[in-house]
Ligand binder design. Structure first.
Ligand code: PMP
Length: 364
């Protein structure tokens, strides 16, 4: 959709990246790190100073002590952390439970390891997990369950109750969890992010992926980290060592200091909530119907009051004719799905959002 958006000069509300500038101080810190000659490989597990800052942050946010030496690895982004975690533990014929709609890397990452994705579809309009259905899908081959909260693409968040259900299901089994928490700071309306880190029994069997790109509005930097208990992190590092080895060093020096500015990540939710609300209020003058968004960069909108076209066809027409690119929700499912729903990214300047809606008002 992004290529189509460029070709047709469309406003890109499809791909999840901010179009507003990132924090200048962080840019200055990277420049300073380069000038200070921090330009050579750092430790393969990541700069220790940065891992220590992350451990401090985790303790502050989730009251969990994390060992920076053995339980954190810096990665080139969250997607890499997910791939590496899966590759370090999955064997052919293992089963991995994944909820659809799903972030697009999960299923290929399962299948490239010869494992089988057991897809549990979540239904329109709430996309909530039915834990009884999860229980029914557990077999002797179930090796892992992947969760993602706040969720891309639905904007849902998991509640405490969900994590307790999950805990109950995996208790006494060897099932591992991959918890994708790249939007940990983007939870709206005063709600709390329920990190796996708050649940010791779950943490003891989990890999958790994080992305600095999402926290500091610099998705192109591709830097993040994985947290896991040491016995899992040992396996993770066996794959990491011969794949990436060491990530961009000046950025790590900069982030080690910048992470101490708590206010920056603590204010992200209210900053993005204003954008969600700005788009939502403007969209009331169109025939699109909003589904709730509790977090992430995204809100889903239903277009059945405008057209009966298939999601893919409608999204292509919207890009070509109206000049607004979005993502059809069906692209997050492997099975055929057509609820007449598109994903809009609101992590954009207000001027971008208002121009996009201007183009949608007279659509029919
Ligand atoms: N998980 C989810 C759910 C995402 O939406 C994204 C980014 N689109 C990532 C992981 C990956 O983040 P990164 O760019 O750091 O690889």
């Amino acid at each position: 959709m992004s290529s189509l958006a460029v070709k047709h000069n469309a406003i890109n509300l499809g791909q999840g990246f901010p179009d507003f500038p990132m924090n200048e101080l962080l840019i200055d810190l990277v420049y300073k790190a380069m000038k200070d000659n921090h330009n050579q490989y750092v430790h393969m597990n990541g700069l220790l100073l940065l891992r220590e800052s992350i451990a401090e942050k985790i303790s502050y946010l989730y009251s969990r002590p994390i060992n920076p030496e053995t339980e954190i690895t810096i990665t080139p982004g969250g997607t890499y952390a997910i791939y590496t975690a899966l590759t370090s533990v999955l064997q052919p014929k293992d089963e991995v439970i994944v909820f659809e709609p799903a972030y697009d890397s999960y299923i290929p990452n399962i299948e490239i390891n010869g494992a089988k994705a057991v897809r549990i579809p979540l239904s329109y309009p709430h996309y909530k997990i039915n834990w009884d259905v999860v229980k029914e899908n557990i077999t002797a081959a179930t090796r892992m369950i992947i969760i993602n909260s706040p969720n891309n693409p639905t904007g849902n968040i998991l509640q405490r109750n969900d994590l307790l259900h999950l805990q109950n299901i995996v208790s006494g089994t060897k099932i591992l969890i991959m918890s994708d928490e790249v939007y940990e700071h983007v939870v709206f309306d005063g709600q709390q992010h329920e990190s796996i880190l708050k649940y010791p029994d779950l943490f003891s069997r989990s890999f958790i992926s994080f992305s600095f790109g999402k926290v500091y509005n610099c998705t192109g930097w591709k830097i993040g980290y994985c947290i896991a208990p040491d016995y899992l992190m040992k396996e993770f590092r066996k794959v990491h060592q011969f794949n990436c080895f060491s990530c961009h060093s000046p950025v790590q020096f900069a982030l080690a200091n910048f992470l101490k500015e708590k206010i920056v990540y603590l204010e992200l939710a209210s900053f993005l909530q204003k954008k969600r609300d700005f788009l939502y209020n403007l969209m009331k003058s169109t025939k699109f119907n909003a589904l709730p968004s509790n977090g992430s960069y995204f809100q889903l909108y239903n277009y059945s009051a405008i057209s009966n076209e298939k999601e893919n066809d409608f999204a292509i027409r919207l890009t070509k004719q109206a000049g607004v690119a979005t993502i059809p929700l069906s692209s997050f499912y492997k099975s055929p799905n057509d609820d007449k729903v598109l994903r809009f990214c609101f992590a954009k300047n207000e001027s971008t959002l208002s121009e996009a809606v201007e183009r949608l008002i007279n659509l029919n």
